[in-house]
Design a binder for this molecule. Structure first.
Ligand code: NI
Length: 172
């Protein structure tokens, strides 16, 4: 396995539409393993192949203590219920914005062997599914963020979330 270099905003590769994966071979398996390693190393929640300069429809996600590999992912269903929260991207380090997305998403995707599965996600996982699939179509969350946060605003919001979590703990 090897770490790959993550490209940042301004690189035209991030604005391109990725091609479907058609060969489920050792090379793909290596790519998926490298992406998972790169994602863990960067401490991120999701990584799409164009972010390492590869224009193929491959996404890896790490949420709920689990790695998800999604090849040729398609959105099957999203909830009407929305979530509004802080979102960032490994291709835009140090910046965060407020983005509203569906609270729940169901996706259909292949694994590295070409078998199709359906995956359901809520909250952060749903947010990651949608954020990463946007990358495959050349889109960044900054295109539809309601607001980009200053470092002060980010700190304040994180503090509020922490306080809210403490209140929840206290109720147990
Ligand atoms: Ni991203």
């Amino acid at each position: 396995m090897a770490l790959r270099n993550i490209v940042t905003v301004g690189d035209p590769v991030l604005t391109k539409v990725c091609r479907p994966v058609t060969k489920f071979d050792d090379r793909l398996s290596q790519l998926v393993d490298d992406m998972i390693e790169t994602l863990h190393d960067a401490n991120g929640a999701g990584l799409a192949a164009p972010q390492i300069g590869i224009l193929r429809r491959v996404v890896v996600i790490n949420t709920e203590g689990e790695d998800w590999e999604l090849i040729n992912p398609e959105i099957v269903e999203v909830s009407e219920e929305q979530q509004t929260g802080i979102e960032g991207c490994l291709s835009l380090p140090g910046r965060w914005g407020i983005v509203t997305r569906p609270e729940y998403a169901k996706v259909r995707a292949q694994d590295r062997h070409g078998d199709w599965y359906e995956y359901e996600g809520e909250d952060l996982t749903a947010r990651c599914f949608l954020h990463e699939i946007d990358h495959l179509d050349g889109h960044m969350y900054t295109e539809f963020a309601e607001k980009m946060l200053t470092p002060e605003e980010l700190e304040e919001l994180l503090k509020e979330q922490e306080d809210a979590a403490e209140d929840e703990d206290a109720e147990v």
